[in-house]
Design a protein around this ligand. Structure first.
Ligand SMILES: Nc1ncnc2c1ncn2[C@@H]1O[C@H](COP(=O)(O)OP(=O)(O)O)[C@@H](O)[C@H]1O
Ligand SMILES: Cc1cn([C@H]2C[C@H](O)[C@@H](COP(=O)(O)O)O2)c(=O)[nH]c1=O
Length: 217
């Protein structure tokens, strides 16, 4: 019996690293898989982790049909035991339905990885469908932290360092870190309270330094 597994967490909590580890461990035991991704920061058809590892992957765009792909591979004598699917939040609802069908009808294990919610705190349709259909939904154990030290639960988008709540849903980007200063469009993981208050590390620091503002924390 194969399973449809969904691993979720905020940006920068280690999903792609786990995806690479999962692929490595299954391959090391002689299982044969395929690796998929969509809009990876490192470029098309690549699954990359911030720890520096990356592998070639099959790029999933909106027209990609998992069922047709799989039947095609198997019909031509290919063997497939598992799929690793990174950035699964960007997959369409139809593509997630295809993954569920592949698990049930073709006994292929699926390991899907993605963020649950976008910068507006709304579920990505692909992640919603995975949550609805998966045999197991797992939250990553490594917690990304808000600047206040609490567990980060939400992804904020910043433009020139300022948090925004309107715009295109898909904008490829990275979390801003000290060695990666705020760019035009960046992301920051926050706890719910600071996401609600639109308080990023930069705005909190500015408020703390301002003589006009009373301490709020
Ligand atoms: N220099 C580093 N040393 C140790 N761990 C790091 C370093 N840089 C990044 N990481 C780890 O990598 C994680 C991000 O991994 P990644 O797989 O790219 O995340 P995701 O796919 O969830 O966005 C961080 O949460 C952190 O634990
Ligand atoms: C919140 C949010 C994120 N994105 C993009 C930004 C990154 O390119 C990926 C997430 O990658 P990670 O490996 O989990 O860090 O998603 C987006 O397009 N829209 C959003 O709202």
């Amino acid at each position: 019996m194969a399973d449809l597994n969904f691993y979720s967490g905020t940006m920068d909590c280690g999903k792609s690293t786990l995806a690479l580890q999962m692929d490595h461990n299954h391959r090391a035991r002689g299982r044969v898989g395929r690796v998929f991704t969509s809009h990876d920061r490192a470029g098309t058809a690549t699954l990359s982790s911030r720890l520096g590892l990356s592998v070639p992957a099959i790029e999933v765009d909106d027209t990609f049909d998992f069922w047709q792909f799989t039947v095609g591979e198997l019909t031509h004598g290919g063997r497939i035991d598992y799929f690793v699917c990174d950035e699964a939040q960007f997959y369409t609802v139809e593509q997630i339905d295809q993954l569920a069908k592949i698990t049930d009808e073709l006994a292929i294990d699926i390991f899907a990885f993605g963020i649950l919610t976008d910068f507006r705190t709304k579920m990505f349709p692909g992640s919603l469908r995975l949550t609805e259909l998966a045999d197991r939904v797992n939250t990553l154990q490594v917690e990304a932290l808000c600047w206040c030290g609490k567990r980060a639960t939400h992804n904020a988008r910043t433009e020139d360092g300022v948090m925004v709540t309107e715009g295109e849903v898909i904008v490829v980007g990275d979390v801003d870190a000290p060695e990666r200063p705020a760019r035009q469009v960046g992301y920051e993981v926050l706890c719910r309270r600071h996401h609600r208050r639109r308080m990023t590390a930069a705005t909190a620091q500015a408020a703390a330094l301002s003589p006009d503002v009373l301490p709020f924390e």
